[in-house]
Design a protein around this ligand. Structure first.
Ligand SMILES: Nc1ncnc2c1ncn2[C@@H]1O[C@H](COP(=O)(O)OP(=O)(O)OP(=O)(O)O)[C@@H](O)[C@H]1O
Ligand SMILES: [Mg+2]
Length: 222
């Protein structure tokens, strides 16, 4: 279970403070497929990064399976992230200098697994990119880049996938196939949290959480 208690995140900039998350309280059960919906600037990316153990909140507690993410050492948090969480970024975040195979292997983190190369090749094939593993991201279409990003997110067999606008840059066929892969991961027991300002992902999800100005607009009943 993922649990957020009184989470506040304020970005401090030279032009002043920006309150991105304003007292978020949230529980997401293991195996749920949750969609975080909200307009641009409502805090979706900030919330996902916070759950992904990548962004220390200004205050509040974030825990995954009773592990308090920001009470851990930096090293322990990185290990926990590598072993449990796959992240699909809003703009793919593929490294332009590395080929597809190397980009997928980037998810290596601290997990040591001699079969990683074979697993990466298997995922690349599964996502319809067989034969393209030595290509650079610039040589791929948007849909292919996103499938590479999904392969990377799945490399370490995570329990949780966090997907930030994974279909935002895709046409409807590619969007449907990406949502299909996430749905497969969910049906196999994985937890999915997907942020979007669209509505198309709603049909795959168990629950929609609406975010407005860094607040949950439809909070859990006590
Ligand atoms: N590094 C930063 N420094 C200062 N303010 C930031 C930073 N990152 C985000 N913000 C601000 O925090 C708020 C929430 O941003 P966030 O990126 O989480 O929104 P979002 O819902 O993901 O938006 P979008 O749909 O456009 O991706 C916005 O007001 C944004 O301007
Ligand atoms: Mg965003």
């Amino acid at each position: 279970m993922i649990c957020l208690e009184n989470v506040v995140t304020t970005y401090r900039t030279r032009r002043g403070d920006v309150n991105a998350l304003n007292d978020i309280n949230l529980r997401i059960e293991k195996g749920e497929f949750v969609v975080i919906c909200g307009p641009s600037g409502s805090g979706k990316t900030t919330l996902l990064m916070t759950i992904a153990a990548m962004l220390h909140p200004t205050s509040g507690i974030v825990s995954v399976e009773a592990n308090s993410l920001y009470a851990m050492s930096v090293q322990a948090r990185a290990k926990f992230r590598a072993e449990n969480i796959g992240f699909i970024f809003q703009m793919f975040h593929l490294v332009p200098y590395l080929n597809i195979l190397e980009n997928v292997l980037l998810a290596g983190g601290t997990v040591n697994n001699s079969n990683k190369n074979a697993k990466a090749l298997e995922l690349i094939e599964k996502f319809g990119l067989a034969g393209r593993h030595y290509h650079k991201p610039a040589e791929l279409s948007a849909g292919e880049k996103q499938r590479t990003a999904i392969a990377r997110a799945l490399l370490n067999n995570p329990k949780i996938i966090l997907a930030d606008e994974p279909t935002g840059n895709l046409d409807s066929d590619n969007a449907t196939s990406v949502l299909g892969y996430l749905s497969q991961f969910h049906k196999a027991g994985g937890t999915v949290i997907l942020a979007t300002h669209g509505v198309e992902a709603g049909r795959f999800s168990d629950r929609i959480i609406n975010l407005h100005n860094g607040k949950v607009a439809n909070p859990d009943k006590p």
